[in-house]
Design a protein around this ligand. Structure first.
Ligand SMILES: Cc1cc2nc3c(=O)[nH]c(=O)nc-3n(C[C@H](O)[C@H](O)[C@H](O)COP(=O)(O)OP(=O)(O)OC[C@H]3O[C@@H](n4cnc5c(N)ncnc54)[C@H](O)[C@@H]3O)c2cc1C
Ligand code: SF4
Length: 541
């Protein structure tokens, strides 16, 4: 028998962006909100310590049921398809939360590359602030010209370890300011969650809930009866109302009862499935009169996939660093995000961590002699207290996407229900292709300059190929011929359809992107909510 679930707002996907949209609507509007998630529930907090232990002991995935079998990308459950569960990828995340820079939203008008966003930093600033408050971010104001913000962080920064204090002294010898990386980890008890006590395994799992993960938002909303959370249910198609202007329903598969079709009917549909699955769902929803999929009159659904690449390095320094104090905490500078050469586009962040590179215990020394028992301990102690220490550096640099950087339907791979799966191909724009070697070489030279400033030695420089914090596929813009959604995430083609977060980004800056996905989600929620009456009191259950 067919099941029909009705609501005012149907949010598809239960990751961090969805959590922001659901929370804002639930707090501010009288609207029935349903959140549909393909995956199930993650293990409860009480079970996370043992999951963490098994990860440490055996490298077992601490989120054992976070993948929907056969919902793969190019035949693999890896890459962009995990983590499908309540909370999405942000169950695994490292929870660092830098903002983008004002320049990120105007790369075309400033540097002549890519495209400008249809909104500027000033418009997004209050939503960044709201995201930081809803998520719970611990941070310190960076150099104001590099890190503009109109409000204070909701929590004081995570304390710098002895190692980071020493490393900060070193990097600031260059005259460039560095500060503690803002993080969605509780430096004090916050929002019913406990304070971070440095278990050091934030990514992939915090055993005590001191790191923000979106499951906490969904469960709090569900406990207050503010949302319905429908899990283990994969939305397979959006269906248009007669006439073709509005979305009428979402057709889904209840994985526990695959023979009983489920249909979600709502006034407004919000696609919050993240970077891969939103474009995929729109392409899958092709219908009579819409052979290229829904919301796709521009032909740009799945196009302009964007990310940034990183260059890593290790530097040996004449200072004692004691690895293991809080490996996941770091310093950031946005100095090179702010300004750069106008003729050769290169913008990047700069991060610094403590490192145990070359200082971990070993069973063989340089000459090949086997080290066991006391010998191994003596060798380890000698190398760890040699008066030398190691730092890890990394810069993400902005890569401007080409139109052919795309997600398409791969007829060669189908899921268990016969739907073609995504094929993902990143391609740099002509400008980024030309500048790649220069960018990586320039960053490598910068690492060398930093090493010299501390009388240190550059041990290793390694550019990476992966595009991190990916976005795009439904880019936003004012011109319906050049974009899929407007600045609120509303489809240019279907007035009751919104895309939120990562897929809407025209470019994805050169630093971690999730806080920006969350802020954009809240910006969209402000517009989505306008259609529904205000709640009388935010204190009501
Ligand atoms: C190991 C790791 C560390 C990271 N660390 C950081 C970090 O420190 N800082 C940072 O900024 N970012 C980090 N990231 C990236 C960050 O986790 C993601 O950018 C972010 O979680 C994406 O959130 P989202 O809301 O866009 O989507 P997702 O988290 O992908 O959530 C989408 C959800 O929608 C569901 N869904 C999709 N399609 C459908 C459908 N058709 N029907 C029903 N449900 C559907 C999926 O199952 C999923 O649960 C990290 C990622 C990883 C893997
Ligand atoms: S350091 Fe540990 S306690 Fe703190 S947020 Fe990370 S995993 Fe949780």
């Amino acid at each position: 028998m067919q099941r029909v679930v009705e609501s005012d707002v149907c949010i598809i996907g239960a990751g961090i962006t969805a959590a922001m949209v659901a929370a804002k609507l639930a707090d501010e509007r009288d609207a029935r909100v349903v959140v549909v998630e393909a995956g199930g529930d993650p293990p409860p907090i009480a079970a996370r310590f043992s999951h963490r232990q098994r990860w440490l002991d055996y490298e077992e995935n601490p989120w054992p049921a976070d993948h929907v079998a056969s919902q793969d990308v190019e035949g693999r459950p890896m890459g962009y398809s995990p983590s499908m569960q309540v909370g999405g990828l942000a169950m695994h995340w490292g929870a660092v939360t830098p903002r983008f820079s004002p320049e990120d939203m105007k790369v075309r008008s400033t540097y002549g590359v890519g495209t400008d966003w249809p909104l500027d930093y000033e418009e997004l600033d209050p939503f960044y602030q709201e995201a930081e408050e809803r998520i719970g971010v611990a941070g310190v104001q960076g150099a104001p010209d590099l890190d503009p913000r109109s409000g204070a962080y909701p929590m004081p920064p995570l304390p710098l370890t002895y190692n980071l204090v020493r490393l900060k002294e070193w990097v600031e010898k260059t005259g460039v300011p560095f500060w503690a990386m803002p993080s969605a980890k509780n430096s004090i008890p916050y929002d019913g969650r406990v304070e971070c006590c440095r278990n050091e395994t934030c990514s992939p799992i915090c055993p005590i809930g001191a790191k923000y993960s979106p499951d906490s938002t969904f469960y709090a909303l569900r406990d207050r009866n503010r949302i319905d959370l429908v899990t283990n249910t994969l939305v397979r198609r959006l269906v248009l109302a007669p006439g073709g202007g509005r979305i009428e329903r979402a057709v889904a598969l209840d994985r526990a009862h695959p023979d009983e079709p489920v249909e979600f009917r709502a006034t407004t549909f919000v696609l919050a499935g993240g970077f891969v699955w939103v474009s995929h769902l729109l392409l899958l929803s092709a219908a009579d009169g819409f052979p290229e999929g829904l919301a796709n009159s521009s032909g740009l659904v799945g196009k302009y996939l964007a990310g940034h690449r990183g260059v890593n390095a290790y530097v040996e320094l004449p200072m004692e660093i004691y690895p293991g104090m809080n490996r996941q905490h770091s310093l950031i500078s946005k100095h090179w995000m702010k300004d750069g050469p106008r003729d050769r586009y290169l913008r990047h962040d700069f991060r610094v961590w403590e490192s145990d590179y070359g200082r971990t215990p070993r069973l063989q020394d340089e000459s090949g002699t086997i080290l066991l028992g006391d010998e191994m301990m003596a060798d380890w102690r000698a190398r760890a207290t040699s008066g030398m220490g190691t730092a890890r550096l990394r810069c993400y640099y902005d890569v401007i996407p080409d139109r052919t950087s795309e997600l398409t339907l791969d007829q060669g791979f189908t899921n268990d229900w016969g739907d073609p799966l995504p094929r993902v191909r990143f391609r740099d724009s002509e400008a980024s292709r030309r500048l790649r070697a220069y960018s990586e070489e320039r960053i490598g030279r910068l690492f060398g300059e930093f090493a010299r400033a501390g009388d240190g030695k550059l041990l290793r420089v390694a550019p990476s190929d992966a595009q991190e914090h990916p976005g795009g596929g439904c880019r936003m813009g004012d011109d319906p011929a050049q974009s899929v959604v407007d600045k609120w995430g509303r489809s240019h083609d279907h007035e009751n359809l919104f895309v939120v977060g990562a897929p809407t980004l025209p470019t994805t800056s050169c630093t971690n992107g999730t806080l920006t996905f969350a802020a954009l989600g809240l910006h969209s929620a402000a517009e989505i909510g306008r259609e529904f009456p205000e709640r009388k009191s935010a204190q009501d259950p």
